[in-house]
Design a protein around this ligand. Structure first.
Ligand code: ASP
Ligand code: MG
Length: 406
């Protein structure tokens, strides 16, 4: 029997009425004769509420206990949803991450899935049950509860899909799919019918909030088709897949933006082997995740080195690099915490020159100063002032004619 994995996000299960709506949708899939495994997020803002509770006790919660606390949000949803289905006369059983065999490393709050031991889930499916699995959580070899990072239920769903050999992983959320830009910012943004894994990974990693980037990565690795669609409508959504996109008219598929960027520049850095390692190894040990890194070409063996981090990591990053700057004889460290980034993404850009020029042209018309530029084969990113990101997204969407339907 064909197996489908469905994931419902926090806003789709925010209250009893919405949980009952989700139960109806699951029942409809079951009635089509499919085996169904459902992954749920915590109801609405529950995860933020739980984080707030921890911070009322201490501003540095113990990491193991923090994950034990956060995992309860998803457990609430799984039990309520299983009750709703049983109440409608369907066989269903809730399973925590541990019960569903989601094995992770022991990096609390950012754990990575090492394996999915899905024997229990398979057994329940064979008994005729719909499996309702708590997303965002797993268990270590020591049987300690971990969580996968904010938005991690998507990753649970794709990992289960791979392990169970699901025909598709359907991610249901409060938007109707993946858009050419955030539709809250750009009303004329277009929903994409399909997008490749590579493009989606860049979109998710560079700020498009629709999906957890590790979920896309896993989807690509195991070639799991992923559908992103709304749990409130019957609209067809966006299919993320491995096949090449059809010959699309517009080589840019979308614009991603992120308002959470801070930058650190180490000025007057002696240019000799080992310097970058001396800076970035301690940052990694301190758990600071570094995004863009740019080193200038050196003049007289002196260079400047710039990197970006999330705004919330800036203080920690400065605490780490200031003493290093002194010890290696750099002139000073300066930071800017009011930045954002805007990226244009599309596989087709690889073979079509001119997109960088169009992007820079559109920003220059708005008199926006570009602070850093980085690229991949299928992405161009500009780091600019955070106050200018919104108007830049709108202008760029127009300049690249993304409002024209494909
Ligand atoms: N409940 C978690 C969060 O809010 C995980 C998720 O929603 O995927 O981040
Ligand atoms: Mg969520």
């Amino acid at each position: 029997m064909a197996l489908i994995v469905q994931k419902y996000g926090g806003s789709s299960v925010a209250d009893a009425g919405k949980i009952k709506n989700v139960a109806q949708r699951i029942a409809a899939t079951r009635d089509e004769g499919k085996q169904v495994v459902v992954v749920v997020s915590a109801m609405g803002d529950t995860t933020n509420y739980l984080i707030g509770k921890a911070l009322e006790i201490t501003d540095r919660p113990d990491l193991r206990e923090f994950d034990a606390l956060l995992s309860t949000g998803e457990q609430m949803s799984m039990a309520l949803l299983a009750m709703a289905l049983k109440n409608m006369g369907y066989e269903a059983i809730s399973l925590s991450g541990a019960q569903a065999g989601i094995r992770t490393d022991a990096t609390y709050s950012q754990a990575r899935i090492l394996a999915v031991e899905s024997k229990r889930v398979v057994r329940e499916l064979e008994k005729g049950n719909i499996g309702i699995v708590a997303g965002f959580q797993g268990i270590t070899d020591e049987m300690d509860i971990t969580t996968l990072g904010r938005g991690g239920s998507d990753t649970t769903a794709v990992a289960l899909s791979a392990s169970l050999g699901a025909e598709i992983c359907q991610i249901y959320t409060d938007v109707e799919g993946v858009y050419t830009a955030d539709p809250r910012l750009v009303p004329e943004a277009q929903k994409l019918a399909e997008i490749g894994y590579d493009e989606m990974l860049e979109m998710a990693s560079y700020g498009a909030g629709v999906m957890h980037n590790r979920a896309v990565e896993l989807g690509a690795l195991f070639n799991i088709p992923i559908l992103v669609a709304s749990s409130f409508t019957q609209s067809p959504g966006t299919l993320i897949h491995g096949g090449a996109s059809m010959e699309v008219r517009n080589k840019v598929r979308g614009i991603a933006h992120d308002l959470d960027v801070a930058k650190v520049t180490m000025v007057g850095v002696p240019d000799r082997p080992g310097i970058s390692a001396a800076i970035f190894q301690p940052l990694a040990r301190a758990g600071v995740s570094v995004d863009t890194i740019v080193q200038n070409a050196s003049i007289d063996n002196i260079t400047d080195l710039t990197f970006t981090v999330a705004k919330s990591d800036l203080t920690k990053a400065m605490e780490v690099v200031e003493p290093i700057a002194k010890s290696i004889g750099a002139r000073e460290c300066v930071s800017d915490s009011r930045l954002g980034k805007i990226s244009i993404i599309g596989t087709g850009m690889q073979n079509t020159p001119g997109y960088a020029a169009r992007m820079f042209g559109a920003l220059s018309e708005l008199d926006i100063n570009i602070q850093l530029i980085t690229t991949s084969e299928i992405r161009i990113t500009c780091i600019i002032s955070d106050t200018e990101v919104k108007k830049a997204v709108r202008a760029l969407h127009r300049a690249l004619e993304l409002e024209i339907p494909e």
